[in-house]
Design a protein. Structure first.
Length: 334
């Protein structure tokens, strides 16, 4: 973990927006608009949602051939060429999500941090369930920035597994980019998220109070606040949570873009049912003495070998995400 930072604060922002399925040109236009706004505000780190360039929940309905046609190689991506140029122009770190076609032909849900010097860092989602053609990544992503802070990336469900956030912290992350496409999903957990009616989104102008309540409720902000603040608090890092918003195939994303500090406190957020950007100045001096960061120094690694042992009930990401069967220790016979 980095102990000393070159700057004491840094301006950051997160965006929520409703992408159009497979319409890269439209999605990039929206992103370019927010990049210009962020640059005008002096933002240095800007995070867009998961798979925001390609679109998200229509992908499960595509054939493998259609998914491959939508994918781009990170190194030669025309979409990322624009984002990388804007990152260099504005001396900003810009995070954006797309479908990646690797050199070996494998397909990934990938999030790319485009850096001010023209370089990039790509994170492949560790627990990808969006399409059978997707492969899962097999490594964590933490990197240096020009401002003396280290940044890590975890995509959507990656953040739900506490081990991933802890490992990213132990690798040095001070700020975690957490791009999502969530809220309003049909969880099989009895007290998990539930769908938000598409007609409510379509009538959002006339039913503003209802959709605001839904976005702030248990299938939106309420669900996020059950777990996301603890990831920040327990690891003593800042989290930049970006998300889609609005109709996404047959689901409604709830936005709830927010920025959390190392104590798990929300320092900036929105629950508006619309495209939006929220920003915050991160006080980096909060990290060293934050509760979670201090607790990490009390770790006893010799006790934690069970975390790397298979228990026999592990499943692939798609089965774990969609299976109706009980999972985990509680489902074992005693």
């Amino acid at each position: 973990m980095s102990e000393v930072t070159a700057v004491k604060s840094i301006k950051t922002a997160v965006v929520q927006f409703q992408h159009q399925a497979s319409n890269k040109a439209y999605n990039l236009l929206i992103m370019e608009k927010y990049i210009e706004q962020a640059a005008a505000q002096g933002v240095k780190i800007l995070a867009f949602p998961e798979m925001c360039i390609t679109g998200y929940w229509h992908v499960p309905g595509l054939s493998a051939e259609e998914v491959n046609a939508l994918a781009e190689a990170v190194e030669t991506s025309p979409s990322l060429a624009l984002i990388r140029a804007l990152a260099a122009k504005n001396q900003m770190l810009i995070g954006a999500g797309l479908i990646e076609r690797a050199t070996d032909g494998r397909i990934y849900n990938t999030y790319v941090a485009c850096m001010p010097d023209g370089s990039y860092h790509a994170h492949r989602k560790l627990h990808a369930f969006e399409h059978p053609a997707f492969s899962c990544g097999d490594g964590f992503t933490v990197f240096d920035t020009p401002w003396g802070v280290k940044v890590g990336i975890l995509i959507c469900w990656d953040n739900n597994l506490v081990e991933n956030v802890r490992a990213t912290t132990l690798l040095g992350a001070d700020i975690l980019l957490a791009p999502h496409q969530t809220g309003g999903t049909h969880s099989r957990s009895p007290h998990g998220m539930k769908p938000i009616p598409l007609e409510l989104w379509e009538q959002r102008a006339q039913r503003k109070e209802e959709i605001t309540a839904a976005f702030k409720g248990e299938s939106g902000r309420g669900w996020i606040l059950r777990w996301l603040p603890s990831r920040a608090h327990d690891n003593g890092l800042f989290i930049l949570f970006s998300n889609g918003v609005g109709a996404d195939a047959d689901e409604v994303r709830t936005g709830n873009a927010m920025i959390l500090d190392p104590y798990g406190r929300i320092i900036s957020e929105t629950w508006v049912a619309a495209d939006a950007m929220v920003s915050a100045e991160l006080d980096l001096t909060l990290i060293p003495l934050s509760s979670g960061r201090r607790w990490i120094y009390g770790r006893r690694p010799e006790l934690y070998s069970i975390l790397t042992e298979r228990q026999g009930y592990e499943r692939d990401a798609i089965t774990a995400r969609f299976s109706e069967e009980a999972t985990g220790p509680a489902s074992r016979k005693v």
